[in-house]
Design a protein around this ligand. Sequence first.
Ligand code: LLP
Length: 420
Amino acid sequence: MNNDFITEKNNSFFIEEVDIRILAEKYGTPLYIYSKQSIIHQISLLQEALSDINHLICFAVKSNSNLSILNLIKNAECGFDIVSGGELKRVIALGNYDGNVVFSGVGKSKDEIEYALEHNILAFNIESEPELMRLNSIAKKFAKKANISIRVNPNVDAKTHPYISTGLKDNKFGLDEKKAIELYSLAKTMDYINITGIDCHIGSQLTDLSPFQDTFIKLANMIDHLQTIGIELDHIDIGGGIGISYNDEKITPLNHYVSMIKKYLSKYNKKIILEPGRLIIGKAGILLTKVEYIKRSEHKNFIVVDAAMNDLMRPSLYGAHHNVINISNPKNGDEIFDIVGPICETGDFLAKDRQISASEDDLLAFMDAGAYGFSMSSNYNTRPKIAEILVDQTDFKLIRQRETFDDLIQHEIEFVNQKK
Ligand code: LLP
């Protein structure tokens, strides 16, 4: 889980074999750049670690939903974890649809349920009784049986940022163990429901794996209990959540995680479904931005760059840390700066209190921005979404064009029509 795909040679920085400055010249900034080899490498590490377990990796589409990225993940024999009809449409748009999709989320609408039913997904991860009732009645209309897992909320502290913790009883996700068992019993009586699995996701960016252990123990207890009431499952979905190192955090090795799966869950001989997002794509991407101004005052120094919170929301929203490299001039310097964007909000910062040296027009790379970077970006302050590039050894291609002003206003039909 390192950044070997970014290297420095003779004062130039390369992603795989491509000089980052060339990409900035060709496509402008800000820019998301991803390494294909890094993505493939991460998937194969995970596949290898899981090689003696019957498993399916369902990539969490929300972490990076660019079609070219999804396509290469699909070609690496992964399925997908989706949380909206739109995400399912993306998966279907890839072609060769194989139904390897699990549908998570507390608010599945009627339209989304119909759409997913039509496309025979692997499982609806059910988050509440009303959702199960709704699914049963829609499935009846289609005269189809809907595959379900029930999402258990094990009340385990994931020890991550509260906004991305999902497995505590105060969180909106899943059902406690008692309620989940009741719902399984109800589901068993329903004509249009086919119970296929059990599901769990306790949070994201977990660096300590002990919450997973607690969760697996609870899942195992649940599965034992379900067997006693005659409910047999085909799969155990253990969610995503494995963290990556953004700021030298110590990450428990992947094989410890896999050993825990083996210790607590392998004995059931069920397919293990995993829903990783960040682990696969987080390290593979950078956000490249250009320095507009250096602003110094008695109290504080700022580097004002051309990217902003709308392009990379994680620092503003979670106080997340991304390492920064000055691609044009990598020496550290002795001044401390906040790195901020042009948006009119004090919360618009990308990094705080960094010791860095920078001048106007320098290129800065925000590292580890492949997950929840572009996918959480917005048009706030009428800022077009930025371009995305995929590098593959010496090749690179534009996988999303930079938006234009016309893209931004196209749905504001009254004025757009006048313009025509
Ligand atoms: N499965 C479910 C049901 C999820 O809700 C999530 C993430 C995942 C899988 C994938 O989790 P991962 O392996 O990527 O940790 N925007 C935040 C992260 C939000 C995660 C939401 N759910 C961030 O930038 O850190």
